[in-house]
Design a protein around this ligand. Structure first.
Ligand SMILES: *Cc1c(COP(=O)(O)O)cnc(C)c1O
Length: 380
C-alpha cells in the first residue's frame, strides 16, 4: 500500500519531547517554543513569529488582530480549505469569493479589484500547493484601497515569491504544521507571522487569553490582567519539541520533497505529450516547496475512475476542495464575485498523488507506472 501521506519524522522528535518533559514547563512558550519562534524570526526573517495550536488558530488570531467586524467583507478564493473562511465568518464577516487562475489554482489577481466594496477589509491569498499568488499585484491593490493582506501560507513553508518567503509579504501570514503539511509539530500546529510591528504587542495579548501575561513574564508590568479579547492560542511545549526536530532538518525535508516532485514531473512527460494529463505550472519567479504533486485529467469522470483504479492497485490519491461557495455555509456567508469560470471545473479534474518525506523511488515509479497503465486501457 502506498499511502497518500505519511507525517514527516526525522528521528529526533522523541528525544526532544523527552527533554521537554524533563523540564518543569510543558505549557506554551517554553524553551523549545522560543527556539522555534526564533528560528522563523531569523530564517524568514520576520518581525515576530508566534506558534499557534493550528493554522486555523493563527488565521483566527489574525482576524481578531485586524478587528474584523460584523458585515465586513473578506476577499479570498473559493478553492481553499474551510479554515481560510471560518476564521473571518466567526467574527461576523461576509466572504467574497474570487475565481482562481487555471495555471496555479491561486486567486486570480486580475479579478480582485472588481470584488472590492466599501465594506472590504482584507484580501486573503492562499498559496496553493506552496506556489505563490501574484503578490506584487495583490499588495498593490491592497495599498490603493487600504486593505489588509493575510497570507494563508499553510502549504507554503520554505516557498518564496521573487526571493521573498511566503507568509512574510502581507501584513500577516499563517503556516500550518498539521501532519499533512511539509513540517509538523506532532500532528497539529501552526504559526502566525507578523510582518507589521503595529500588531506585535496585541497579538501576544490575544494569544494569551486577552491578558498581558507575556509582558508580565518579561518584567514589563508587575501583575497581569484582562486587557483585551482573546483566546488560548498557545501550543504546548510537546508540540514545539516535535517541531524543533523538523526545523533542524528543514532543508533535508525540503530537498527530498523537491526530488520526489521532480521525479514525478519528469516521468509524466510522455503522458502530457499524448494529451492525457496536464501538470502544475510554476511561474519562474516562484520557488516552491513540493508540498503537493497534482495532475489534471480531462474531467470529473476520468478523475473518479483514475482514483478508483489507483486504489485497486493499493495507491492512495486524493482530490481537493469542494469549492466553498457551493457549500451550505459558503452560501449563507459568502457570495461569488462576477462569473465563476475556473473554480469548479478546474478543481473537479485535479488529482493529488502520494508525496511525503521518506517516499521511496520505487514507490514513485510504481505510481507513475500505474497512472500510465490507466491511460493505456480502453476505458480511458
Ligand atoms: C491545512 C490548511 C489550513 C489549516 O491548517 P490547520 O493547521 O490544520 O489548522 C488552512 N488553510 C490551508 C490552505 C490549508 O492547506
Amino acid at each position: 500500500m502506498i499511502p497518500f501521506n505519511k507525517p514527516p519524522l526525522t528521528g529526533n522528535e522523541v528525544q526532544y519531547i523527552t527533554e521537554a518533559l524533563k523540564g518543569n514547563k510543558i505549557s506554551g512558550d517554553g524553551p523549545f517554543g522560543k527556539r522555534c519562534q526564533q528560528w522563523f524570526e531569523e530564517n524568514l526573517p520576520t518581525q515576530k513569529a508566534l506558534l499557534t495550536p493550528s493554522c486555523t488558530a493563527a488565521l483566527e488570531l489574525a482576524a481578531i488582530l485586524i478587528d474584523v467586524q460584523s458585515g465586513d467583507e473578506i476577499i479570498m478564493p473559493s478553492y481553499t480549505f474551510v479554515s481560510t473562511a471560518n476564521a473571518f465568518v466567526l467574527r461576523g464577516a461576509k466572504i467574497v469569493f474570487v475565481d482562481i487562475r487555471p495555471d496555479t489554482m491561486n486567486i486570480d489577481e486580475t479579478k480582485i479589484e472588481a470584488a472590492i466594496t466599501d465594506r472590504t477589509k482584507a484580501i486573503v491569498p492562499v498559496h496553493y500547493a506552496g506556489v505563490s499568488c501574484e503578490m506584487d499585484a495583490i499588495m498593490d491593490i491592497a495599498g490603493r484601497y487600504s486593505l489588509y493582506v493575510i497570507e494563508d501560507a499553510a502549504q507554503g513553508v520554505m516557498s518564496s515569491y521573487k526571493e521573498r518567503p511566503l507568509g512574510t509579504i502581507g501584513h500577516l501570514g499563517a503556516f500550518s504544521f498539521h501532519e499533512t503539511k511539509n513540517y509538523t509539530s506532532g500532528g497539529e500546529g501552526g504559526l502566525l507571522i507578523i510582518n507589521d510591528a503595529r500588531f506585535t504587542e496585541r497579538a501576544e495579548v490575544i494569544r494569551e487569553k486577552g491578558t498581558n501575561r507575556s509582558q508580565f513574564f518579561r518584567g514589563q508590568v508587575d501583575k497581569y490582567t484582562w486587557v483585551d479579547i482573546g483566546s488560548s492560542y498557545l501550543p504546548s511545549e510537546m508540540q514545539a519539541a516535535y517541531l524543533w526536530a523538523q526545523l533542524e532538518k528543514a532543508n533535508e525535508i525540503n530537498d527530498a520533497r523537491l526530488r520526489t516532485w521532480k521525479s514525478y514531473y519528469d516521468s509524466f512527460r510522455k503522458l502530457i505529450q499524448e494529451g492525457f494529463i496536464e501538470l502544475p505550472i510554476i511561474p519562474d519567479y516562484c520557488i516552491h516547496n513540493a508540498h503537493m504533486f497534482y495532475i489534471k485529467v480531462k474531467n470529473l469522470q476520468v478523475r473518479t475512475e483514475l482514483l478508483e483504479f489507483l486504489k485497486n492497485k493499493n495507491i492512495l490519491g486524493a482530490f481537493h476542495y469542494i469549492p466553498l461557495h457551493s457549500t451550505p455555509v459558503g452560501k449563507d456567508w459568502g457570495r461569488f464575485s462576477e462569473d465563476e469560470v475556473y473554480t469548479t471545473s478546474e478543481s473537479e479534474r485535479l488529482l493529488r498523488l502520494p508525496i511525503f518525506f521518506g517516499i521511496k523511488d520505487e514507490e514513485v515509479s510504481l505510481v507513475v507506472k500505474e497512472v500510465s497503465n490507466f491511460f493505456k486501457e480502453p476505458h480511458a
